[in-house]
Design a binder for this molecule. Structure first.
Ligand SMILES: Cc1cc2nc3c(=O)[nH]c(=O)nc-3n(C[C@H](O)[C@H](O)[C@H](O)COP(=O)(O)O)c2cc1C
Length: 180
């Protein structure tokens, strides 16, 4: 099972990227998690008719993924643009074939609400993209409560266990969707 993780934050010490890195290290048997590099992605613009290298690379990774994990960084009560931009690019392929029907797990680290507002906005976007977000367990992390070290690595044992449980549920969810 190939999972592509996409992060809404571009900064080096990103806690959301830290969550995705942690997920990568504890993927259940049979699940392989790779993490997209959005650092060179241009903003979607319909005038860009020849896709830049970074866009082609991302679209290939998305095409090859069975499912996704979105690191839902929250900016100003909603989704950070880097993640939304990646989905905007992918959504422009014919018939939305890169995304439609695939499973998603949402996680995020931010202020006291743990990116819940961004994650619920993402669930709305998933409706239009026909992505299928896993309902539970939800992973909402307060990034300012000694949950990460200075490099953005996850250190909190409770969040680690929650993340692990979400990945197990994601594997089951992917298999459930395949049967439909
Ligand atoms: C422009 C901007 C807006 C932000 N707005 C919110 C917000 O609405 N809710 C929230 O929980 N955190 C907000 N934050 C704080 C971020 O959640 C925090 O900086 C977090 O560490 C960013 O994720 P990262 O560590 O993966 O880069 C904001 C940060 C920035 C830079």
């Amino acid at each position: 099972m190939k999972i592509l993780a996409i992060c809404g934050s571009l900064r080096k010490k990103s806690t959301n990227m830290g969550l995705l890195r942690y997920a990568q290290t504890i993927a259940p048997a049979g699940m392989e998690i790779s993490i997209a590099d959005l650092s060179a992605m241009p903003f979607y613009n319909a005038d860009i008719t020849e896709k830049p290298v970074a866009v082609v690379a991302l679209l290939n990774q998305i095409a090859n993924a069975d499912a996704f994990i979105f690191g839902c960084t929250e900016y100003n009560y909603s989704l950070a643009p880097a993640l939304k931009n990646a989905l905007d690019w992918a959504s422009r392929e014919p018939e939305n074939k890169l995304l439609s029907g695939k499973a998603v797990a949402l996680m995020g680290a931010g202020g006291g609400m743990g990116t819940s507002r961004a994650q619920y906005h993402m669930r709305q976007t998933c409706v239009f993209l026909n992505l299928h977000p896993l309902n539970k367990p939800e992973v909402f992390v307060n990034a300012f409560a000694n949950t990460f070290d200075a490099e953005g690595n996850l250190t909190d044992e409770k969040i680690k266990a929650n993340t692990q449980a979400q990945l197990v549920a994601l594997a089951e969810w992917v298999n459930t969707l395949k049967k439909q």
